[in-house]
Write a protein that binds this ligand. Structure first.
Ligand code: WTA
Length: 657
């Protein structure tokens, strides 16, 4: 990582927006001045202009009980109404909301009028199953329109959704359903992935059966099942219901009730530094305001003519904010794609861009790097001339990938916005404004208008230009998390204890000589694999849950395609040495065990069986040294180890493989 940082900081190419782009743009540099003059009034104006309020708010921010913020808290609105009905009422019902493309090539075009009607029906179905304000609904679906419909139906009723990424295991579903006490699970028989149906319902069945004598009483009363994969599924009478049966019976009339701006909208689980994922809580008015504002300003949105495609799955925050809430609040036409980028051929994404004339494309560096590896010939076969703006999110984008993205996908003309934010921040925080900023490959650059960010040292003192430190947010922001579900103490400890009055993001950053921000990756034990957050502790605890494992240490090693890769070092229990020796490939066994416990994305790239782990005298594992081994580097300073010979042994064992 360090050599990469040095390279990054010698990157001083700049790309100003074209005169035409700036001239035709929706937003200008005035926004910075306006926000600087009165930050709260700036956000209040965005909230009033971008959203419909049934009861207008009079208070913008209540920060009397930090770090628990309330935004627009005496106002009332309905989030789904804002994303749907009002566009239909404004005469835009026939505008396409989604060009949906199934992996097999089947398609559906869903207009705003149709989406509104479907969501109304679904809201009636959910209400009939007893869902209302104050309830939680778990959603475990593929990328099909029903995923969006479900989220909005839950929001329409004032309940909160917890979307669980379709790649997660039964265990992960169980712990999320329990943590949120969900009443209902919405799933599908299966979805298409890599040319075959990948079943989903069996994982939900297994999760709900896996109660044993664990925990409180089952909170889930029903499972609503969308038919998509047409695969055979088991059925639990009185609990399981087919989505299409219930939708056919439901009325298409539903009046949206207004709820307080601070009504919970969703919980989304993300990895932290301990083994247990955190349920990040977001609420309604502030979240929707910042999603709508950033979607409009950062992507220079022209709702009448743009076709926006954010490739993220709705199981992640990027899908929540830039597939569902931001774009729909702004009445955007989007592409929604079910499958993988290389199915049935490696040009599938570019084919979709050509087919729907996508203007604005938002994806992750890991995807860009894997396309780079395949070569420019593949995208060159397609007409990508509709593209006018490109976005990147999820991890630092290395300048080489940035330049490739610009040249090959953006025809050397489309500006690139590198957007930094987190599940916790809810919406984009740092990004160029494409019509204003001269972009620099590799730097996310500047806080968006209305957001206050700094880089500080361990003591919380700003480092100033040309120095590195920790990224902090210095003022509350509308889409900020309102806490960790059920654990206010952990919220305070994780984000606020370090600096007291500043939000600690967990990322290292540097300011260059012009004050632009360069993100340098996590400073805690969180890895970033293909733009997905994984915690070392979570994978270690999955590994030690296997009967073979005595101890495990996990590190994120840099990887050309995925950014970081999971590398595990395990010690086998004495009592299991014989049994494990009989297994042909222990690494493969442990890899698939992690896959079952957490999900395939968490499977280690490498598992090394070792006799010892490097520990300090106080017993702390020195992951830094393991990372050196995993990345094939000379092992660094070992003087604080309890046993300084241990690294020689480990290096020997690893290179012998
Ligand atoms: C990293 C994804 C550099 C960062 C929206 C952050 C980035 C974590 C960028 C959040 C970027 C995200 N440049 N790093 N443009 N965007 N990150 O919660 O380490 O899945 O803390 O949210 O991803 O990941 P999360």
């Amino acid at each position: 990582m360090n050599t990469q940082i040095d390279n990054l900081l010698h990157e001083y190419r700049k790309f100003p927006p074209s005169e035409k782009f700036s001239r035709e743009a929706e937003v200008s540099a005035d926004l910075y001045d306006e926000a600087k003059a009165d930050r709260l009034e700036f956000w209040a104006r965005q909230a009033r202009e971008l959203l419909h309020w049934d009861t207008p708010f009079t208070r913008t921010l209540d920060w009397t009980n930090p770090p628990f913020a309330k935004w627009f808290d005496d106002g009332k609105l309905n989030v789904a109404y804002n994303c749907l009905d009002r566009h239909v009422e404004a005469g835009n019902g026939s505008r396409v909301a989604f060009h949906w493309e199934g992996e097999q090539g089947d398609t559906r075009t869903v207009t705003y009028a149709e989406l509104t009607e479907e969501v109304k029906r679904a809201a009636n179905v959910l209400a009939g199953l007893g869902i209302g304000q104050g309830d939680r609904v778990a959603i475990y679906l593929p990328m099909i329109p029903e995923a969006v419909i479900s989220m909005l139906a839950v929001a329409r009723l004032g309940a909160a959704h917890s979307v669980i990424f379709g790649g997660f295991s039964a265990d992960s579903i169980r712990s999320r359903v329990d943590d949120a006490s969900a009443k209902l699970v919405i799933t599908a028989d299966g979805g298409w992935r890599k040319g075959k149906v990948s079943a989903l319902k069996p994982a939900v069945d297994a999760a709900l059966e896996a109660r044993g004598d664990l925990g409180p009483q089952e909170t889930v009363t029903n499972v609503l099942v969308v038919k998509r994969g047409e695969n055979e599924v088991d059925w639990t009478e009185n609990r399981d219901l087919w989505w299409h049966d219930e939708m056919a019976k439901a009325s298409a009339e539903h009046d949206a009730e207004a709820f307080e701006a601070e009504n919970p909208l969703f919980i989304l689980y993300t990895s932290g530094t301990t083994g247990k994922p955190k349920g990040i809580l977001h609420t309604s008015g502030g979240y929707l305001t910042q999603c709508a504002f950033t979607h409009k300003a950062v992507f220079d949105l022209k709702p009448e003519s743009d076709v926006f495609w954010c490739t993220a799955d709705v199981g992640w925050i990027t899908g929540h904010s830039y597939v569902v809430y931001g774009p729909l609040a702004n009445g955007t036409t989007q592409v929604l794609y079910e499958g993988t980028p290389d199915t049935p051929h490696p040009g599938r994404w570019w084919e979709i861009i050509e087919k729907y004339k996508v203007t604005t494309f938002y994806t992750a560096p890991t995807a860009i790097r894997s396309f780079m590896k395949l070569g420019r010939k593949i995208p060159k076969k397609f007409d990508l001339s509709s593209i006018r703006l490109l976005g990147s999110v999820g991890e630092p984008i290395n300048p080489e990938a940035w330049m490739w993205y610009r040249k090959v996908i953006g025809a050397k003309a489309a500006p690139i916005v590198d957007t930094w934010w987190q599940t916790e921040t809810g919406a984009i925080m740092i990004s160029a404004l494409p019509a204003v900023t001269e972009t620099k490959p590799g730097s996310a650059q500047v806080p968006i208008p209305g957001i206050a960010i700094d880089v500080v040292d361990e003591a919380g003192v700003p480092v100033g230009a040309d120095s590195g430190g920790l990224l902090v947010v210095t003022e509350p922001w509308p889409a900020m998390l309102r806490g960790i579900w059920g654990d206010p103490e952990r919220y305070k400890e994780t984000y606020w204890e370090k600096f007291g009055d500043k939000y600690f993001a967990g990322d290292g950053a540097r300011l260059d000589h012009e004050g632009d921000i360069w993100l340098l990756g996590r400073v805690d034990d969180v890895m970033n694999v293909s733009g997905h957050r994984l915690s070392t502790a979570e994978i270690e605890s999955a590994l030690v849950a296997h009967p073979f494992t005595a101890e495990a240490a996990v590190v994120g090693a840099s990887d050309e395609t995925t950014g970081q890769a999971v590398v595990a070092f395990v010690i086998i229990k004495e009592s299991m040495l014989e049994e494990s020796a009989a297994v042909e490939d222990i690494a493969a066994v442990l890899r698939s065990h992690v896959g079952e416990q957490i999900g395939p994305i968490a499977r280690p790239r490498d598992v090394f069986v070792v006799n010892e782990l490097p520990k300090t005298r106080s017993g702390k594992i020195m992951r830094r040294l393991l990372r050196d081994v995993a990345e094939g580097r000379e092992v660094g300073d070992t003087t604080t180890l309890a046993d300084t010979t241990v690294m020689q042994i480990i290096t020997g064992q690893v290179t012998a493989k």
